[in-house]
Design a protein around this ligand. Structure first.
Ligand SMILES: *[C@@H]1O[C@H](CO)[C@@H](O)[C@H](O)[C@H]1NC(C)=O
Ligand SMILES: *[C@@H]1O[C@H](CO)[C@@H](O)[C@H](O)[C@H]1NC(C)=O
Ligand SMILES: *[C@@H]1O[C@H](CO)[C@@H](O)[C@H](O)[C@H]1NC(C)=O
Ligand SMILES: *[C@@H]1O[C@H](CO)[C@@H](O)[C@H](O)[C@H]1NC(C)=O
Ligand SMILES: *[C@@H]1O[C@H](CO)[C@@H](O)[C@H](O)[C@H]1NC(C)=O
Ligand SMILES: *[C@@H]1O[C@H](CO)[C@@H](O)[C@H](O)[C@H]1NC(C)=O
Length: 577
């Protein structure tokens, strides 16, 4: 993390008054280190409306999400002092609907020898359905990573505002070959049929990513198991590991300890080296107490991902109220650190997603929690509209900066799809760069142009291409940010991945996109492939924003259904609710 010295900046502000009443400041400043001039805009239009974020300052990983006595809790890595990472404590908010959030005081702060240098990520476990416990990583006086417990001070407080740290902390220490700076992020614990609790902690041991397993019969004394839950050659540090059962058939979620029914297990790891979340499907071998993946692949690039865009340090929890498993994840900024300082905030959470196993058992499927739909207001609806080649269709009647779009594309003639090259499987983002929205194909590119300026100089293109492989069709989803903003200091990658659907059988492909100021979350094929992007267009500030559907393929396609809604702004961490 680079450090900034605001006092050394040479700042020069020009206030810009814009047509939509947005306040913005445009300025030029000099980095003392580089002498490079950067010009940028920090606008309140980049702040999201429907995504979880604290009122100000730095936020990263979601921590200890849970549902307890009718209240949802979300804790998060928070720097109470500044907009850059550091001084980590556990921010805390509560909700009854996962949409509106009430801010609470930080739940866990640095005040003990075993966490004085930071209260890092961890998880919540509800012991025997009645007593919540938090496990978290503390950075101790010697800067070692140790694992600690925190428990609610008063279980009758509906918001569990105060947490205490028992004197027996820390409960796990970096000994016996564990590197003290590679040992963190305890999982939600699960209960075995032998009456013992189990929990795994992320680590790196001689280059191998590892989830070290511990057991306890009282949640106080923990003993390291002979074998880790799982380890993998050469993938580097595993942060925020997550381990949970999913039903082989059906969308219902399961308690983390559940193992009696027909289940598969998911092991998720956040790879520190690449800052990306990956997961494996497999089974939990109760006898050996290890996770056994369906197939062992050494190259992490072939591991599955929840989201092929920006999505890190995610964590799930079982919502026993609605019997579903919900996924939270941190989305960091793509803007410059200097702009973060000016905006006064950095980091948001993705919209919470329900997660389940695809009926074919090959991957997980995600969909924004149903409650999000309560924010839908008036919108645009159309049916059976043709999109001719070169066609650009404006979706009017919604606020293009804060909308929710669902569209079904029907493909009348699959035969014209261009041939598929298997080497593309290695690097779909490269394919998205080479065959972007402006490169005419056979079937596709078609999709949405989001946060577009009137002359299309700025736009984020979320689109599909269909290719014909030996005996099946391949569907590519791209989210291309390269033209998303005219501002040079913003990170503007192109993301992409293939979507595991049988387009011949289904005849159409669906896309749902959540547009919320500086974030665009896309779900293709009913949530089988997800891509999240952060974008900072200048047009958000000037206000004349457009939303289009387009088709740049050689064949007419049909929009069999398109629905777009304005999204109301919920109460998210607004003080004095
Ligand atoms: C951390 O907190 C100390 C005060 O306790 C402050 O001096 C320092 O600037 C803070 N660092 C960050 C990165 O917030
Ligand atoms: C615990 O919380 C309940 C409900 O808020 C409150 O009535 C009670 O006084 C609290 N007990 C203590 C010891 O603070
Ligand atoms: C421990 O991890 C750090 C990286 O965080 C690394 O620099 C150091 O070499 C490791 N120590 C050993 C003994 O492997
Ligand atoms: C690293 O992982 C590989 C593959 O699982 C294993 O063969 C090797 O023994 C591991 N090394 C260590 C130090 O655990
Ligand atoms: C944070 O954002 C930067 C810039 O987009 C990116 O390079 C980095 O990988 C991101 N980190 C995480 C954890 O998402
Ligand atoms: C569609 O293709 C035309 C011709 O190549 C190009 O001018 C236009 O920018 C493309 N549309 C998009 C959205 O890239």
């Amino acid at each position: 993390m680079a450090s900034f010295h605001p006092i050394l900046f040479f700042l020069c502000y020009h206030f810009v008054f814009t047509s939509n009443g947005a306040s913005a400041s445009r300025r030029v400043f000099l980095f003392p280190e580089s002498d490079q001039e950067t010009s940028s805009i920090a606008s309140n239009q980049y702040r999201t409306a429907c995504h979880f974020q604290p009122p100000k300052n730095w936020m990263n990983d979601p921590n200890g999400p849970m549902h307890y006595n009718g209240v949802y809790h979300l804790f998060y890595q928070y720097n109470p002092y500044s907009v850059v990472a550091g001084n980590k404590s556990w921010g805390h908010s509560t909700s009854t609907d996962l949409i509106n959030w009430t801010p609470q005081d930080p739940a866990i702060d640095r005040n003990k020898p075993y966490d004085i240098n930071g209260c890092w990520s961890g998880s919540a476990t509800i012991l025997h359905g009645s007593k919540p416990v938090i496990l978290y990583t503390g950075i101790d006086t010697e800067k070692r990573q140790v694992q600690n417990v925190a428990i609610p001070k008063n279980l009758s407080d509906p918001f569990l505002r105060e947490w205490t740290k028992p004197d027996y902390n820390p409960i796990m220490e970096p000994i016996d070959g564990i590197n003290a700076s590679q040992f963190r992020d305890p999982m939600t614990a699960w209960h075995g049929s032998d009456g013992h609790w189990r929990v795994a902690v992320g680590a790196e041991i001689e280059g191998n990513g590892t989830a070290i397993l511990y057991k306890s019969n009282d949640f106080v004394h923990w003993v390291r198991a002979a074998s880790p839950l799982h380890t993998s050659r050469g993938s580097g540090m595993w942060e925020c590991p997550d381990f949970y059962p999913v039903l082989s058939k059906g969308r219902q979620g399961l308690d983390t300890s559940e193992n009696s029914r027909d289940v598969k297990h998911v092991l998720k790891m956040s790879l520190a080296e690449t800052q990306s979340d990956h997961y494996m499907l497999g089974r939990y071998d109760l006898e050996k107490d290890v996770f056994v993946p369906d197939k062992t692949v050494d190259d992490y690039r072939e591991w599955l991902r929840y989201d092929y865009g920006k999505f890190y340090a995610s964590k799930t929890f079982f919502d026993e109220k609605k019997k579903r498993r919900i996924l939270w994840s941190w989305l960091n900024e793509s803007d410059s650190k200097a702009d973060d300082l000016l905006k006064g905030w950095a980091g948001i959470q993705a919209v919470p997603r329900t997660i389940w196993l695809d009926s074919n058992g090959r991957q997980l499927v995600q969909w924004p929690v149903k409650e999000l739909e309560s924010l839908r207001r008036t919108g645009a609806h159309l049916h059976n509209t043709e999109l001719k080649t070169g066609g650009l269709f404006e979706i009017k009647g919604v606020k293009a900066s804060q909308a929710n779009v669902e569209v079904d594309f029907e493909l009348p003639n699959l035969e014209i799809a261009k041939p598929f090259d298997p080497s593309w499987l290695i690097d779909p983002p490269k394919l998205c760069r080479d065959e972007d929205a402006s490169v005419q194909g056979g079937l596709g590119p078609f999709g949405l142009l989001i946060l577009a300026s009137p002359n299309l100089e700025e736009h984020t293109a979320v689109f599909f291409r269909v290719y014909k492989a030996h005996n099946r069709y391949r569907v590519l989803l791209c989210s291309d940010q390269r033209r998303s903003s005219l501002r040079p200091e913003v990170d503007k990658p192109a993301y992409g991945s293939f979507v595991d659907i049988d387009i011949k059988k289904e005849g159409k492909i669906s896309l749902r996109t959540l547009i919320d100021h500086s974030v665009v979350e896309s779900f293709a094929g009913g949530g089988r492939t997800c891509i999240t992007a952060r974008v900072y267009p200048e047009v958000l500030v000037t206000g004349d924003i457009h939303l289009y559907a387009f088709n740049n393929g050689t064949e007419t396609i049909k929009v069999s259904k398109l629905q777009a809604w304005d999204m109301a702004k919920p109460w998210i961490n607004v003080e004095g609710e």
